[in-house]
Structure formats: C-alpha cells, structure tokens
Design a protein around this ligand. Sequence first.
Ligand code: 6R9
Length: 656
Amino acid sequence: MSKSDTQKPSIENLLHENRKFKPQKKSFSHYFLQDMSHYLKLYKNSIKNPESFWTRMASEHLDFFKKWKKVFAWKDCKAQWFLGATLNVSYNCLDRHVQSDRKNKAALIWEGEPGETRTLTYLQLSLEVAKCANMLKGIGLHKGDKIAIYMPLIPEAVIAMLACTRIGVVHTVVFGGFSSSSLRDRILDSNCKALITADGGFRKGSAVKMKEMADEALKETPSIKNVIVVKRTHEKVKMFPKRDIWWHELAENYSDSCVAEQLAAEHPLFILYTSGTTGKPKGLMHTTAGYLLGVTLTTKYLFDIKETDIFWCTADVGWVTGHSYLVYGPLSCGATVFMYEGAPIYPEPDRFWKMIAKHKVTILYTAPTAIRSFIRLGKELPKKHDLSSLRLLGTVGEPINPEAWIWYYEVIGNKKCPIVDTWWQTETGAVMIAPFSGVTPTKPGSATLPMFGIEPIILNKDGTPAKKKDGGFLCIKKPWPYMARTIYGDHERYKKTYWQEIEGVYFTGDGARQDKDGYFWIMGRVDDVINVSGHRLGTMEIESAAVEHPLVAECAVVGRPDAIKGQGIVAFITLKKSANINPMLKEEIAKFIIKQIGALARPDEIRFSDSLPKTRSGKIMRRLLRELATTGDIKGDTTTLEDFSVLEKLREKDED
Ligand code: 6R9
C-alpha cells in the first residue's frame, strides 16, 4: 500500500453499510457489563495500565498453584507472561468445577452423525481425562513431549486434548479431513512421539477411513512410537503389533485418578498449524497461562456465558476456533458444550436446526460461509424448527457480508439475538475484536471494537498511521497474553512475519479501516486487496455487493494483472438454485455491483460456477482462483482443498 494508494478515495464509498443495531436492553442483560460507557471506561484503563489489568484478570478468572513474580517480559520478540507462576489447564477446565456446584452439570453433550447422543458431566469428563492422562504416561510420554491428535469430532478428541494438558504433553491436533501427507508433514515438523486417532468417523453418511490415512502418513514418521486408536465406526482396520493399541483396551489398565501437573505459565500448551498458506505450514505455538486467560475472558465477556447456556461452536477441533471455543474457553468457564460429529446438512438439509431445537442450544458460533450456504437452501428449513432457545449468535473466520449478517439476525435469531462477529486468528489465540454481546451496538459486516487490553491500529506500510477512512494494515500495538509465542522450530520466521513486517508492532496480514465511531471493518487479507487503476479495492467489498443481488448465492473476487489498469477484477459466482441463467445475467450483476460501489468496481469477467474451491475449514481459496483467472489453469498447491471436483468444473470452459 503506497502513499498514493491511500490517498485515493476508494474504500470510503465501498463500505457504505450504515445500519446500526442497538442492543435490546429488555431481552438482554449482560452478566458483567452495564453499558457502553462501562465498556469504554474499562477498556481505557486496560490500555493505560496493561500489567495491572492482566494481573487482576488472571487473579480473578484463573486458578493458579503458585502466583507469578513478574507479569510480563519481552526479549527477541519472545513474550513471557506471568513469570514464576504455575497452573494447569485441565485443572481449570475440570477440577475447579468438580469441586463446585457444577460437579454433576453437563460439560459435554455430543451427537454423532448417525444420531446417537452422549452426555458427560464435569465429574465424568474429569475421570475420563485422568484415565487418558495415565494412559499417555503408560505409553512413555513425559512432560514436554509432543503428540498428534487426528480424530473425528467425538468426545475422545476433547478428552485426549485435556489429558495432554493434565501432564504437560504438547498436542498438535490435525484436522480429521486432512490428507495423510498433511498429517505426515505436521508430525515430522513437530517431532511427535505418539498419535491418537480413530478407526474413522462418520461424514455425509459414510465412514471416513482415518486409520488408513494415518497408516499412510506413519510410513514416513519414524518419531511415532505408539498409536492409540478409538473404535468409532467399527470398520475393519489394520493394527500394527507393538505400535498400535485400541483406546478401550489400554484404558482397562489405568485408574481414573491423576493429579494435575503444576506447569510453568509459559509451558508449551499446543502447536497448531495454519492452513491454506503457500509453502511450509506454520506451527504456531501457544503456552499455558496466557492462552487460557484469553479464551476464558473472551468466552465470559464477549459471549456473556451464563450458567444455563449450551454453547455450540461448530468448528472442528482441528482449527483454532475449535481449540478455543469448543474446548478450552467454554470448559474453563464451566459451561455446557454441544458438539456434533458430522456434516451440517446430513441426512436432511435441516440437521443443524433440528439439533438446536432438540438440545436447546443457546449460543451458536459458526462461520459466514456456513450461513451463506444455509441462505442458499432457503429460510423454510430453519423456520420448520423451534429455535427460540437461541439467545446469541456468533460468527468467525472471514468477513461476514451484510446480507448474511441480516439473514442470520432475522431468520435464525428472530431479531432477538445479538450478532457477535469475532475477528481473530490462529496466531492471536482468542478473539481480539468483537462486540460485547448485548452491550455494543452492532453494524452488519463490522467486528466493531477491541477486547480489553487489545490495541489495534491501522498503519501504512512505512509504519505511519493510515487515514482512518482509507484503511491500511491492521496491526496490534503491543504484545498480549494470549498471542502465539513462536513458530515451532523457526523463531526467525515468527519475528519476520509478525513483528518485523512493520517494525515493532504485530502485523496481522489483514487490511482494515475504521469508521467515524472507531468501528473496525476487516477488508480481508492484504494479499486479497486489488488495485484497479490506482484505486484500492478490498475483494470483500465487491463480494458483498454481488451477494446482495437476489440471484447470487456466493461470490469470490480475485485480481488479475491488467496491462492498462494494473489489475482487473474477476468475479467467480455461484447462483441460487432458483436462478435462471439468461444471457443478460452477467451484465445485470455487473451493473448491480457498479450501482452499489461505483464504476471502478466493474468486474472484467464474471464466471458462473457450481461451487467455489474451499479449504476444509470453509475458507474460499482465492489463491487458486487468482491462478485460474491469471493463467487459465491451476497448478499450485491444492492439498488443503476440500472438494477436488470443484477444480475440474472450474477448469471447464465457460460456455455462456
Ligand atoms: C479464527 C480464525 C484468520 C484469518 C484472519 C482474517 C479472517 C477471521 C474474521 C476474519 C473478518 C472476522 N477472519 N475472523 N475476517 N472478520 N470476524 O479464523 O483463525 O483460521 O487463523 O484465520 O481469518 O483474514 O486473518 P484463522
């Protein structure tokens, strides 16, 4: 982003969403915050005196075995928080609740894709976790050892994660939908000694053969000495003697009592690889106290967790959202978590809504891409079910276009539930920018304002402050307790990527602008910013405009080199089922976009497609579309793609 770019009046007229939704005081009382002035007062204080703020938060919200001597230290871009303190994550997520009134409260309600359910109370979960921790010790794992978890979304995945934290073993969860080569690369990079997996899991009605995939990966991972296998699908699998053991057989040999290790605040908690980036995946390492504080605080304050809540975060445990808001955040808060194994639209397209009605889910936290696919299916499906238990709706993972926001608010939330749009990253550990539910007035498409103690700033490439309305690079001014400490095995890359891109601040890789109320509007990854005739355009702005068209279901916009304009715009569009493709439709959509944004946003090409290439976490792989738009083919890395048939369809020549 050069200076001349920021002077162009582009972004201002692009993000023209002016609707503002005031919190509904009558139906919503925040358990902690009274109103916006209360938020502002606390926020200002947290920024002015960060160390005393974080000290107070850690003392109030976490249980430590030993208190810290120093709150914060920073050297060579390595942060340390709560030095000298000891604590245990599983103790905070389990024992402290078992010792309270929550002993017999449901910690986890699980539903498998075939329809069976399982409920574990805090006591039951704690016993399972203790047993699993003993199993891990039994196969020779010690504090600091690394272990890979490659599992379907079943309770054992949560049990395994918590068991690791109980004895200081560092987990790296690899999303169950990843291929064997992705699993192999992650195991090799983090030097895991053992793997926990399952025979398989159910997805879209069939059994996914996970053990077979794992076996393939393990051909080239000499560090793995043992594999613990959960029996889930009961399909026949090959068990390698000495290396492989069934979870249920191993469990018979161990007791369900295991004292939680007293771990240093900076003891490594987990390594999580980021998906979809080019080159070698980055293993972001999070540590014990800071991360736990982040997920606990954000769950309490932003989602306003109450004793009776049933919290459903639809993410897989293989992603950071699953780590922070399916497992650690809600359990540390003593909430009831709902977890579902399978595909959202199986066996019927209303499976999600059916489960919300059946389990009386109160908080739903999902991704815009899921919301958009539900919009495509029509509002009749959710309307068939009683969704009145819902009181709060969250979104995460990508910018939410105003159309999807409004649909979520009106159709799913019945205009009663605040929409909590949460901006954050694998690297940030927990939510950084989001409304305090029921307190912060919301605007469709904006993640609104920062969490306490977090100071986002928008800068130009040279580190000077960007003009608010023009936008620039979203950065975070100072280290915070829940950020990733390093890229495992490559601290230099960590320093370079996050702290030296713009010297002295954390570089998020996202573009953003701030409006007159100080609200943050995320414009997408900075590599998704297009510069057309010197006008900077966020791909999201064009996409939002396109999906407002009544026949457009989803849209991904990429730039391609253009000899005259610098970059041209290519829009890949999936149409709603009801759409009738007529020869004028492309022109009609182009005009529609122009009408909302201006002539500079006219797509040079519109391509209709049945579906868009996405990562398994649901992010559109614009990199592939950019390649396709530029060269006419896709040769780049496609390992993170969910559905390969999409590529073939996209390669096919556009007929109309
Ligand atoms: C939590 C998660 C991080 C990237 C991030 C940004 C995008 C996430 C967003 C959002 C706009 C939001 N992103 N939440 N963009 N509004 N509410 O998704 O982590 O998988 O590491 O992705 O996702 O571009 O930089 P991760």
